[in-house]
Design a protein around this ligand. Structure first.
Ligand SMILES: [Fe+2]
Ligand SMILES: [Fe+2]
Length: 154
């Protein structure tokens, strides 16, 4: 089956966010575990796994449409030295991913590829929940203070 190249390009670009997220949250999870924040580490590992699942589904769709996933990263993964900086860095990535997803859903509609559109819309739902979780963590840090927040993450 041959897909519209505009759709496969949008899917492939979005894939780079998923692959970057997978690696970034894996690093943040491992770092949080190393610092002793096991609860936060578990949450980061779960998000890393969620992005792996998303990436696998996008790759399957790209292949079905007759293209090859390029497996690019969005950017280099730099370590962030505090929990608050990690969460803020994640919020930035998820925010960019959501902007890209919204545009990509539009591309799929223009090309009448409703299956790709629905797949991306499902991911948009997950990423909005992810962004909401990140905003809640950052607002908890503001409200209860970093020390109390971190105490609850051990
Ligand atoms: Fe994702
Ligand atoms: Fe996500």
């Amino acid at each position: 089956m041959k897909g519209d190249p505009r759709v496969t390009l949008a899917l492939d670009e979005y894939l780079s966010f998923e692959l970057t997220g997978h690696r970034q949250y894996l690093l943040h999870g491992a770092t949080c575990r190393h610092w002793g924040f096991s609860r936060l580490a578990d949450a980061q590992y779960a998000y890393s796994e969620e992005e792996t699942t998303h990436a696998g589904r996008i790759m399957a769709r790209i292949l079905l449409l007759g293209a090859t996933p390029s497996m690019r990263s969005r950017r280099e993964i730099d370590a962030r030295d505090t929990v608050a900086r990690q969460l803020d860095y994640d919020r930035e990535l998820v925010g960019e991913a959501i902007d890209h997803l919204r545009a990509a859903v539009g591309v799929c509609e223009q090309c009448s590829d409703y299956v790709s559109r629905d797949l991306l819309a499902e991911m948009l739902d997950d990423e909005e929940l992810h962004l909401d979780w990140l905003r809640k963590q950052l607002s908890l840090i503001d409200r209860v203070g970093l020390q109390d927040y971190l105490q609850a993450q051990m």
